[in-house]
Design a protein around this ligand. Structure first.
Ligand code: NAD
Length: 489
């Protein structure tokens, strides 16, 4: 029988107040994996009240940074201790190949460890001011933080949100995507097995409509941190105006992967395919807009086509699978609609574009890795985030043209440049308007380095020192050292 989960509210396991549940399906087989509460606004309000009470009146505010650090280290260890279960559950819930899920789980543990280290390094500063005053700056937690995450990296996104917020001393309400709540609920269970006071970590499951909206608009939430689509991000930002919440947004991207003629061909082929098709292309930083210098165009496309058969589709738990199903049938339909748009726009479909044939694919949301060649920068498939395994190849002639096409987007999350010429690499990397730029590689992400976007890819940064900044208030304190009254009146 499928496991029936409950949500963590104020240290207690609870059902949705109206009793509603949602079936969580394996996107590769359609099988029922689990049932979770489908919370509404009232459940989120209860979680907010619990977090508010824990922050305003609970023992959490009095825990030392060292205690918080030790707790986060224990959480990292707990994740590692159950890594196999978490990775398999992640694969069964969102479809990704097991090797990718294993990587995510390890990275999530590392993230908690990184912020465990930072918890004890939060510090203020003193200032010389033009008065007989001792003036200094202290850093404090923001308070109650709502955190809303997407379905493509469920556990990792939970770690990116929870780790810095808890290290800084906040109380949180985490809402995973309604499609992929399972590993976040397991993480919540691990939290209850450690010494976190009740109400410090709350995990509510439910949809954006109602549950998510409440978290973004509720007057008792001090900060909202969101990762998801730009359209949703806009709504969250508007909802957050209710009480002028602090806002962090990690949104979508249409990321240029730029190959110059002198790039190493073999590395280029690998980097192009990995950039576009890792995690089924369901990656905010996917290199889905490939720009290639004219003389490398043919060899690069031919090289990719030769290697594409190695991207073996299948259930993520089957050995050898390199690409799993898309997260839901509705999402596959959205991606397929873009494939039709690409064909109608006149781009040349050189591989994929359809559902794979075979009995093992019949019940899952599978889609072949798809490449469009001779794409024009004005086409919708070159401009809009498809969030699936669809790559658009655009040839260019000059460095200036490559930079212009790369930057001709409303997004600015990530980009990569491939060349052996260091001067050219630096020129181009400097001019790219994006928060992350790689050279001769694609996708490496480090807990130590800031993550986030320019333009409509978001506001603020996660990870690194920047990630903890996003969960801290800044207070100036002034001590008058004079004894005499100021004598103004
Ligand atoms: P989504 O925006 O549909 O949903 C994300 C989350 O927001 C879910 O938990 C959902 O329930 C919630 N939500 C939806 N509507 C809401 C509302 N009105 N108010 C409050 N919450 C609401 O995104 P998705 O389809 O789950 O994920 C895909 C998107 O996420 C892509 O655009 C991708 O680029 C982006 N993403 C960005 C990053 C990054 O770091 N920049 C990382 C991963 C994913």
């Amino acid at each position: 029988m499928a496991k029936q989960y409950e949500m963590l509210v104020g240290g207690k396991w609870t059902k949705a107040r109206n009793g509603a549940t949602r079936d969580i399906l394996d996107p590769a087989s359609g099988e029922l994996v689990a049932k979770v509460p489908e919370s509404g606004r009232e459940d989120v309000v209860a979680a907010i009240e619990a977090a508010r009470a824990a922050f305003d009146h609970g023992p959490w505010r009095k825990t030392t940074a060292l205690d918080r650090s030790k707790l986060l280290l224990k959480l990292a260890d707990a994740i590692r201790g159950e890594a196999k279960m978490l990775a398999e559950l992640e694969t069964r819930n969102c479809g990704k190949p097991l090797a990718e899920a294993e990587f995510d789980v390890a990275d999530a543990a590392n993230c908690f460890e990184f912020y465990a280290g930072l918890a004890t390094k939060i510090h203020g500063e003193t200032m010389q001011v033009p008065a007989n005053s001792l003036s200094f700056v202290v850093r404090e937690p923001i308070g109650v933080c709502g955190q809303i995450i997407p379905w493509n990296y469920p556990l990792l996104m939970a770690a990116w949100k929870l780790a810095p917020a808890l290290a800084a001393g906040n109380c949180v309400i985490l809402k995973p995507s309604e499609l992929t709540p399972l590993t976040a609920l397991e993480l919540a269970r691990m939290v209850t097995q450690l010494e976190f006071p009740a109400g410090v970590v709350n995990v509510v499951t439910g949809p954006g409509a109602g549950a998510g909206e409440e978290l973004a608009s509720n007057m008792k939430v001090d900060k909202i941190a969101f990762t998801g689509g730009t359209v949703t991000g806009r709504k969250i930002m508007a909802a957050a105006t209710s009480n002028i919440k602090k806002v962090t947004l990690e949104l979508g991207g249409k990321n240029p992967n730029i190959f110059f003629a002198d790039a190493d061909l073999e590395a280029a082929v690998d980097g192009a395919l990995f950039g576009a098709f890792a995690n089924q292309g369901e990656v905010c930083s996917a290199g889905s807009k490939l720009l290639v210098e004219r003389s490398l165009h043919k060899p690069l496309v031919e090289g990719m086509l030769k290697k594409i058969p190695r991207i073996k589709l299948g259930h993520g738990l089957t050995a050898g699978t390199k690409m799993g199903p898309l997260v839901s049938s509705a999402h596959r339909e959205k991606v397929e609609a873009y494939i039709k748009i690409g064909q109608d726009e006149g781009a040349k479909l050189v591989c994929g574009g359809k559902r794979p044939a075979g009995k093992e694919f019949e019940r899952g949301n599978f889609l072949e890795p798809t490449i469009f060649d001779n794409v024009k920068p004005t086409m919708r498939i070159a401009r809009e985030e498809i969030f699936g395994p669809v790559l658009s190849v655009i040839p260019f002639d000059t460095e200036e043209e490559a930079i212009r096409i790369a930057n001709d987007t409303e997004y600015g999350l990530a980009a990569a440049v491939w060349t052996k010429n260091v001067n050219k690499a630096m020129r181009v990397m400097q001019q790219i308007r994006a928060g992350i730029v790689w050279l001769n590689t694609y996708h490496p992400t480090f807990n130590e380095m800031p993550w986030g976007g320019y333009k409509q890819s978001g506001i603020g940064r996660e990870l690194g020192l920047y990630g903890i900044e996003a969960y801290l208030e800044t207070k100036q304190m002034n001590l008058n050292l004079d004894e005499a009254p100021i004598g103004w009146y």
